[in-house]
Design a protein around this ligand. Structure first.
Ligand code: LRH
Ligand code: MN
Length: 430
């Protein structure tokens, strides 16, 4: 397998940290054993955990005001895969990449698949794009796409999604994520029922062409780019559309797509209870769809989301939703942010495995709110860093990915190899 970070450097870095890790791990193991928890069993689950990285996340993100390009930014899908391979080599938790079409459309899908294979990378859910107009596109998406009042525009958007599925099949993907920004900026501008009916009619046509082993993931979002109403504005609209469309049409929860303080962990529980929770876009936010690093603002919410997921998986062990990071890295090195964020999501998952669920059920049943919340906090307050480090170490990753990455000088090498394109400043998320 091709690996872009020198393995001797990785080995030397790990060696300097190994003994500290082993004593921390042993101490945590003893502490967990006192609660009848076998740390080795938790470690195996931590090693099996994976989350996909967004191809658009390895470039520097921006806002509508400005984008400040970083050093050595990837200029095409191949360089994006190079960077994704570094994230996987060091974190050992991100073996799959989620592409966005047409941003990542390859001229030769087989060549792209082989390029990914050399790094042991796979392709996760494919993302279609009918929220931007492409050059020489016949119909504009200014007033919508899958919900547009014109059948011709809807047909164009449907055809694009079907085309993305066909490309995804060549790349080995097994899911299509549909996020549309369709909505309105003024009361009266859009007919709520008609636009929702047009959305459902459109996705049914896409679903009819979906391979039998694929899922279709519907992503809701409260606002932006529309600022008065959004057709798929909340989990309810997503659930209704998924229910109407078919068994393998499910809802995807992007954590940043809710109003501040919405109880996202309860939405997770609801969608799962009715068999429609298909996947996640993990990130964090304080105000809007800020696309900040996962766990950087509200790590307890991330833990509470995984607390629900682990509860669901106890009942249904085969339940495995699509996990993906969906972030915009405006001021950090995207590779560092994606490695750190993957570990933060893995951390929330591991902590959720340490919840004493028997005790929690007892305190819930006997209406003891103090002890119920204390039971969750007991797991959340545990420092599981030794388990995350051991998982990486035993998988030939880096005990300290960011230190190893910085020591490697990979970014500086990219800065040499990928001179900044002075014309590509502009603004926007990519
Ligand atoms: C919309 C979204 C969606 C992607 C886009 C890059 O806000 O979360 O998942 O298509 O970001
Ligand atoms: Mn998203």
């Amino acid at each position: 397998m091709t690996q872009l970070i020198n393995n001797d450097l990785l080995g030397t870095q790990n060696q300097s940290l190994e003994s500290g890790l082993k004593s921390d791990y042993t101490a945590l193991g003893e502490k967990l054993a006192r609660s009848d928890i076998n740390i080795e069993a938790i470690l195996q689950k931590a090693k099996a955990f994976s989350i996909a990285v967004p191809s658009w996340g390895v470039g520097t993100g921006g806002t509508r005001f400005a984008r400040f390009p970083g050093q050595g930014e990837p200029r095409n899908i191949y360089e994006k895969l190079d960077d994704c391979s570094v994230i996987q080599q060091l974190s050992q938790a991100t073996p799959a990449v989620s592409l966005h079409i047409p941003w990542d459309r390859p001229s030769d899908p087989n060549e792209l698949r082989q390029y990914a294979d050399q790094y042991g990378l796979m392709f996760d859910a494919m993302n279609s794009n009918t929220f931007q107009d492409q050059a020489n596109q016949e119909n504009s998406y200014k007033y919508g796409s899958l919900t547009h009042t014109s059948q011709a525009v809807r047909d164009q958007a449907i055809a694009h999604n079907i085309d993305v599925v066909e490309l995804g099949q060549k790349l080995g993907s097994k899911a299509l994520t549909i996020w549309v920004g369709d909505g309105s900026n003024f009361p009266g501008q859009q007919h709520f029922k008609n636009s929702f009916a047009q959305y459902i009619d459109s996705i049914k046509q896409i679903y009819a062409t979906l391979p039998n082993d694929w899922n279709m993931l519907l992503e809701h979002k409260i606002f932006e780019p529309a600022f008065y109403s959004t057709v798929i504005q909340d989990w309810g609209s997503s659930y209704l559309a998924a229910k109407e469309t078919g068994e393998r049409c499910l809802s995807l929860v992007d954590l940043g797509h809710h109003a501040p303080n919405v109880n996202i962990e309860m939405i997770v529980s609801r969608l799962a209870q009715f068999g429609k929770l298909g996947g996640f876009h993990f990130n964090d936010s304080k105000y809007g769809d800020d696309d900040l690093d996962s766990g950087s603002i509200n790590p307890y919410q991330l833990f509470l989301v995984f607390n629900e997921l682990t509860d669901i998986q106890l009942e249904n062990p085969s339940y495995s939703p699509f996990y993906m990071l969906d972030q915009s890295h405006n001021v950090t090195d995207p590779i560092e942010s994606l490695m750190y964020s993957a570990a933060e999501v893995q951390r929330a998952y591991v902590k959720s495995l340490l919840v004493d669920r028997k005790a929690l059920a007892h305190y819930q049943q006997t209406n003891d709110p103090m002890m119920a919340q204390a039971t969750l906090k007991q797991a959340y307050n545990l420092d599981v860093e030794p388990i995350l480090q051991m998982a990486r170490f035993q998988s030939n990753g880096a005990i300290d990915p960011i230190a190893c990455y910085r020591e490697s000088g990979y970014r500086q090498q990219c800065a040499q190899a990928r001179p900044v394109d002075p014309n590509k400043t502009g603004s926007g998320i990519i």
